[in-house]
Design a protein around this ligand. Structure first.
Ligand code: TRP
Length: 451
């Protein structure tokens, strides 16, 4: 398919950063990160997490951007065009597509929940409820069939509409509007949480004061898995977005900005959640329901809580939307470029397939609760398999591809924009790409399997 370079992708560097940061910032930051931190010992987890983001996350994101921008293709087309003599690498692209389906399937469940909670908070149905009633509300909602499926489909449809509008008029434009709104709402929530008085000190201590005795092998692994999931690396999301980044933009700086935004949002989400949790005597280690059960209680106990509940769930919905956009784009870019489908057809068909798989994830909280494997429900399996296994495995092969099977001069050429800019950190990056990242990834995968 003929693609004209400058009409293909993002129109500016800011647009690229906001779109990719939108893909990175999501439920992973505001829903998953706080409960992971809560369960894995607080401040020490944060430090390890930031360490992984900087040492492995940023280089891997650069790697995906290089593959995408070099090839100007979707995740399958990228490997096809960068290794014309070794067709086997296409498998890695197909692997990315499969991953995207799986992640999108379970992610859209929780994304749908945000819509339900926006409705509940707007109509004051959470206000004034006893803690037991709030727990019951969450359970009876997630265990039912119709409404969770309805909201999941609504969220998928919303995402499909944006994707149908295209890269510039859909993804970039929506990200440019929603990301600043997201930051604004998040800062508003921080101010509220920090002015509650009592829990502030305790909450901030929990978040920022590392107690390394609380750290063990599994929490270090959890921090690494979280950094992959949060940065959306390891399965080609950033290959697709990389193909839309202008040739004159600096990939290193762009990656740093995105990783910076992503970590900042995670930390701000922690500042919103933990002081409030401590102020009202809740348990920071309560798990996935932290946001949906613990926070509504917190909102009920704070002045103007009803309003802040609305703000919070809208914020969560926005974060989820810019991420589902990035997930669907992986699939649609593939279908448009490789299968030559029309963009609108691709959006509709991919959404339909995801809904079919995703419905199983939704129903695994209710009617399919007992359909388990190794004691895990379908939803948990999808989450575990992708974040802990498939993404690290995908990342490992990606580093092998770019570090060992693709010419070094070409990598340098892409990173230095054809020699126009000095890629000062190139040798360091290349070292991480060839040695540090693969070894670290191998270690994670093996210890994950042993666990
Ligand atoms: N990073 C997103 C989050 O933190 C989730 C996400 C979006 C994702 N696209 C992805 C994860 C691609 C893995 C791969 O919520």
């Amino acid at each position: 398919m003929a693609t004209i370079d400058n009409s293909r992708g993002f129109t500016s560097n800011v647009g690229a950063i906001l779109a990719a940061a939108g893909g990175a910032v999501g439920l992973g930051n505001i829903w998953r990160f706080p409960y992971m931190l809560g369960q894995n010992g607080g401040g020490a987890f944060l430090l390890v997490y930031v360490f992984f983001v900087l040492t492995i996350g940023v280089p891997l994101m650069m790697t995906e951007f290089i593959i995408g921008r070099r090839s100007q293709k979707n995740v399958v087309g990228a490997y096809k065009s960068l290794s014309p003599n070794h067709k086997g690498w296409i498998v890695l692209g197909v692997f990315g597509i499969v991953c995207a389906f799986l992640i999108y399937a379970f992610y859209s469940v929780v994304a749908g929940w945000t819509l339900n909670y926006i409705v509940l908070s707007c109509s004051s149905q959470l206000a004034g409820k006893e803690p037991e009633a709030i727990t019951l509300l969450f359970q009876s909602f997630t265990e039912s069939s119709f409404w969770p499926l309805f909201y999941q489909l609504l969220f998928l449809t919303l995402t499909g509409v944006v994707i149908t509008m295209g890269v510039q008029k859909g993804i970039e434009k929506v990200s440019k509007i929603l990301m600043p709104v997201l930051f604004f709402l998040l800062i508003l929530m921080c101010v509220r949480s920090l002015t509650l008085g009592e829990g502030t000190k305790e909450g901030l201590n929990f978040l920022f004061k590392p107690d390394f005795s609380k750290l063990d092998g599994s929490s270090i692994l959890a921090a690494l898995g979280q950094s992959f999931f949060s940065l959306s690396i390891g399965m080609g999301a950033m290959v697709t977005y990389g193909s839309y980044i202008r040739k004159e933009d600096k990939l290193f700086n762009t990656s740093l900005w995105i990783a910076g935004c992503d970590s900042l949002v995670a930390i701000l989400a922690g500042i919103v959640i933990f002081p409030a949790v401590f102020a009202f005597g809740m348990d920071p280690a309560s798990g996935p329901e932290l946001v949906y059960i613990v926070l509504p209680n917190v909102f009920n106990s704070m002045p103007a809580g009803g309003l802040f509940a609305v703000v919070f769930f809208v914020l969560l919905g926005i974060a989820a939307l810019t991420s589902t956009i990035s997930l669907l784009e992986i699939l649609v870019a593939f279908a448009v470029e490789e299968l030559h489908w029309k963009r609108s057809t691709a959006s509709i068909l991919c959404t339909a397939i995801v809904f079919l798989i995703g419905a199983l994830c939704t129903l695994s909280f209710g009617p399919l609760k007992d359909a388990t494997l190794f004691g895990k429900t379908i939803f948990d399996l999808f989450d575990l398999i992708t974040a802990s296994y498939l993404m690290p495995i995908g990342a490992l092969f990606m580093t092998i591809f770019l570090g060992w099977c693709y010419p070094k001069v070409e990598v340098r050429d892409e990173l230095s924009n054809g020699g126009v800019i000095k890629a000062r950190a190139f040798e360091l990056y290349y070292f991480v790409l060839r040695y540090l990242a693969p070894i670290a990834l191998l270690f994670i995968i093996v210890s994950g399997i042993i666990n």
